[in-house]
Design a protein around this ligand. Structure first.
Ligand code: 4NP
Length: 155
């Protein structure tokens, strides 16, 4: 199994959106048996909460399920349990590097997969309120991440 963990700050806006969108893409390509998906936040404040209303709204609008998803904090064992840790912004990435480092775990940002866009980070809609723009970035980033994994693992 190839295991992908999306990471943001609160695990209620961006990373659950990416988890749901990526899982949807994986299912559409019949790769659920090969690729598993989860998300977590570097912060603990929203542990146990469902995704933010703005994230739920845009996922509903696009027919992407988030059923049963609840927030949790990143933990050190995630480096043993995932192959990819995919951060939403530079601060998430720094925080991940400071929590733990382990050979063989790929730690990246989602926007690294969209170099042509000249957008470095997924902006936090918790503050900007712009869930539509974030969805657009997440959708494109997830598609490219999946393409990259398929290429690397010859799926
Ligand atoms: P997220 O957004 O990292 O995309 O889930 C945030 C959600 C909550 C908070 C910050 C960011 N917060 O400070 O509670």
């Amino acid at each position: 199994m190839i295991r992908v963990l999306f990471v943001c700050l609160g695990n209620i806006c961006r990373s659950p959106m990416a988890e749901a969108v990526f899982r949807n893409l994986v299912e559409k390509e019949n790769l659920s048996g090969r690729i598993s998906v989860d998300s977590a936040g570097t912060g603990h404040w929203h542990t146990g909460s469902q995704p933010h209303e703005g994230t739920r709204e845009i996922l509903d609008k696009n027919d992407v399920t988030y059923e049963g998803m609840t927030a949790r904090q990143v933990r050190e064992t995630d480096w043993d349990e995932f192959d990819y840790l995919v951060a939403m912004d530079q601060k998430n990435l720094q925080d991940l590097h400071s929590i733990r480092q382990k050979d063989g775990v790929t730690v990246t940002k989602l926007m690294d997969y969209l170099p042509q866009l000249d957008v470095d980070e997924v902006p936090d809609p918790y503050y900007t309120g712009n869930f539509d723009y974030v969805y657009d970035l997440v959708q494109q980033g997830c598609a490219e991440l999946l393409a990259s994994i398929k290429k690397e693992y010859k799926l």
